[in-house]
Design a protein around this ligand. Sequence first.
Ligand SMILES: [Zn+2]
Length: 324
Amino acid sequence: MECFLKDRQLISLPAHVDLTVCSNCGEFFTHGEWAVMRPEDAISNAVRDEVTAIKEARITGAEVTLVPLDDFNYSVTLTCQVDIDGYQTGAAATTVLRIKNGVCKRCSRKTGQYYEAILQIRGREKKLDPVLQDEVLARVENYVDGTAERDRDAFITKMELVPGGVDVYLSQISLGRALVKMLGDDYCAQTDEAAKLVGQTADGLDMYRVNYLVRLPEFHVGDVVFYQKHYYKLFRVNSAGGRLVSLKNFREMPVRRADMPELRVYAKRADLEEANVISRSPGEIQIMDPQDYSTVDLLVPPAAKPGDKVQVVRIDDVLYYVPE
Ligand SMILES: [Zn+2]
């Protein structure tokens, strides 16, 4: 065995090994995909991928040492344990690793304004309340950020203010589909979708872009609404519909999703008045009318524990307590 091994080069590396880094996000391309990794790990992977051994030898372990030559070039030595028919020996090979700049798929798509879906967020009557717009966009961004942690191809290409709302351009159809479902359910909103054939992929498949429309209703949790001739606080909204609390007797009632469009907003949650509480007794409080400072008795739910300030709403010149 000694003489078989004498002067034989058991393992070898090419003179140069190239490693591509995305010049935009810093991810490395190894093992056929882009990934976040420490430079030394990427270099080690790239060099290990290129090592070859003579056919009698099997590499059972390898260690990498790097010496930087400059910012883009490293001298890399691979020291291997080698098994030849049960005989253990060591072998080493050295190469120059060159770091090359490239652009990963996601960055090239991002800079190329790539999108597969548009989420069209609209309000009623060509108006989208700015507070609601910020709330919805924050939820959209939050959802896409969460997805991007698992799937690096998920991103928001751009957001565009348009008459009546916002268009959110998305890198994946699946993002649009998930978001329109989420917003439709959470706000009891009307939704719609329309696909458009835009061409063919390199492998001959039809390529679509999908517009997902979500038309947000005027009502929002916390608003005082008018429904079937009575006034309520809109207490909750979900995919099944809503829950209302009567301002007269504080009873709760459900509203089916199909009936939700009948809700009329009487006062937005931000426009409710605030009143100072003067005294409390079970089922009733005394407050100071915020407009004329007179003392007013208000009914409250028996279990309510009002603080020093409560929300009130004025309906036909009469003040009502708005439950928390
Ligand atoms: Zn990149």
